[in-house]
Design a protein around this ligand. Structure first.
Ligand code: AKG
Ligand code: FE2
Length: 377
C-alpha cells in the first residue's frame, strides 16, 4: 500500500529523506519505551504487563509494527504526508470552504493557523490541520458524508486514508483489549465502546506547522498548545522533532488548557516540557482523556504540545499524521465498574457526558484557550 498516494515527485517540503537528524544534545529529552506490536499481539503477557506499566505512569510509547497486519502503516503515513502537502498547498479560499469553526457541531475539515489560542494572552497557534472523519471516509451509514476536497475524496487518496483508518482503528482496539485484560476487565470492554461502524469523532488528522522563525528556543512559537487528547488512544507519525510531553502524567485534571507552567512553584521539582525524538519507522502512541475516565485514573494520558523542532530540523515545515480512536458518539464517558478500576468515592458524582459532548466541550475550550471540563477523579 505504500506506493499508493500522491505523486511523490511533487513533494517539495514534506521530504523525510532529506531531514537532518534530531539534535542529540536537545535537552530536556524523554526516552520513551518501545514496544513491538508483533510481540504484544503474540499474547506475551510479560510484554503486555510492561505496556500496562507505561500506560499507568506516562501514557506515551513508541510502537513498531514490523511483521504484523499493520506493517505498512509507516509507509502509508508517509503517503498521507505527501497528500497533506498537496492539501495544504491548495489556495486558502479553497481550504476555508471546508473550515470547521467548532461552533458546537463539527470538528472535521480544515483548521486554519491562528484559530486556537495558545496562552492566556491569546497568542495564536501556527498549525494548520485537516481532519478527515472516519465516518466521512468509510461512509458509516448513520452519517451524512461531509464534502471533502476532491484531492481527498477521489481515489486513490480516499482508499489510502480509508485503509489507514481501518488499520489504525484495529491497532487501537487490540491495544485496548490488552489493557482491559491487564485491568482484570473483560477483554472486549473497550472494544464494545469503539465499534468502527458507529458514528464517532475518530479521524485522520494531517498537520502542518511552519519553520521556526527565531533561533531563541525560549520563544516557543507554539504550533499546537498543551493538551491531552480527548479520545481513548492516538497513533501518531511524525518525522521531525517538535513534539513535547509534560513531565508529569495527567490522570483526571482535564483543566489543563492553559499552559501549566504558570502553576509551578518549587524550582527543584518544577515540571517541564520534554522533547520526544521521532523514531524512524515507529509510531508514537498515547492515551487520551477517555482512557483516564473509563478507568478512574488508573490509566493516564500524557499532556503534550507541538513547537518547531530544535536545531536545524526547525528550518523545515513540520508535518504529522495522527489517527484518533475515540469512543462512539453516544457512549457515556463514565468509569467502568469492576476489575482494578476503583469505584467512585462515596458521596461523589461523576459528570456524565457522552463522548460527542465531551469532545465538543474540550475542542471549544482548547480553541479558546480557556480551562473547562475540569473533572475530579
Ligand atoms: O503533531 C504532533 O506531533 C502531535 C499532534 C497532536 O498532538 C494532536 O493533533 O493532537
Ligand atoms: Fe494531541
Amino acid at each position: 500500500m505504500g506506493s499508493i498516494g500522491p505523486d511523490t515527485t511533487v513533494s517539495q517540503e514534506f521530504t523525510p529523506h532529506l531531514y537532518p537528524g534530531f539534535p542529540a544534545d536537545s535537552k530536556p529529552c524523554v526516552e520513551l519505551e518501545t514496544f513491538s506490536f508483533a510481540k504484544l499481539a503474540s499474547g506475551d503477557r510479560a510484554e503486555q504487563a510492561r505496556l500496562y506499566g507505561v500506560c499507568k505512569t506516562r501514557g506515551f510509547f513508541y510502537l513498531d509494527f514490523s511483521d504484523t497486519y499493520a506493517q505498512s502503516l509507516p509507509d502509508d503515513a508517509e503517503a498521507i504526508g505527501r497528500l497533506a502537502e498537496q492539501v495544504f498547498k491548495l489556495p486558502q479560499e479553497e481550504k476555508v470552504k471546508y473550515a470547521y469553526g467548532m461552533t458546537g457541531t463539527s470538528i472535521f475539515g480544515y483548521k486554519q493557523a491562528g484559530l486556537t489560542k495558545t496562552d492566556v494572552k491569546g497568542t495564536p497557534d501556527t498549525a494548520e490541520f485537516f481532519n478527515c472523519s472516519k465516518d466521512d471516509i468509510l461512509q458509516t451509514p448513520s452519517r451524512k458524508p461531509t464534502d471533502l476536497p476532491s484531492i481527498i475524496s477521489s481515489s486513490p487518496a480516499r482508499s489510502l486514508i480509508g485503509d489507514y483508518q481501518k488499520t489504525c482503528h484495529q491497532v487501537g482496539l487490540d491495544i485496548l483489549s490488552m489493557l482491559a485484560t491487564q485491568l482484570n476487565l473483560p477483554s472486549d470492554v473497550f472494544v464494545n465502546k469503539h465499534r468502527i461502524t458507529e458514528a464517532s469523532g475518530d479521524h485522520v488528522r494531517m498537520t502542518r506547522g511552519p519553520p521556526r522563525k527565531s533561533q531563541d528556543l525560549s520563544l516557543p512559537e507554539i504550533q499546537t498548545p498543551g493538551h491531552t487528547d480527548f479520545g481513548t488512544i492516538t497513533i501518531l507519525f511524525n518525522w521531525l522533532g517538535g513534539l513535547q510531553v509534560w513531565s508529569e502524567a495527567s490522570r483526571g485534571n482535564f483543566n489543563n488548557i492553559v499552559d501549566p507552567e504558570q502553576g509551578s512553584k518549587d524550582e527543584s521539582s518544577k515540571p517541564e516540557w520534554l522533547w520526544v525524538k521521532p523514531k524512524p519507522g515507529h509510531a508514537i502512541v498515547n492515551l487520551g482523556d477517555a482512557a483516564v475516565k473509563f478507568t478512574g485514573g488508573v490509566l493516564c494520558s500524557g499532556r503534550h504540545r507541538v513547537v518547531p523542532a530544535p536545531g536545524e530540523q526547525g528550518l523545515w515545515p513540520r508535518y504529522s499524521v495522527v489517527y484518533f480512536v475515540r469512543p462512539e458518539n453516544a457512549c457515556v464517558l463514565k468509569r467502568i465498574c469492576g476489575g482494578d478500576v476503583p469505584p467512585v468515592q462515596e458521596g461523589k458524582e461523576e459528570e456524565e457526558l457522552t463522548a460527542h459532548e465531551w469532545i465538543m466541550k474540550q475542542a471549544i475550550a482548547l480553541r479558546d484557550g480557556i480551562a473547562k471540563g475540569n473533572v475530579d477523579i
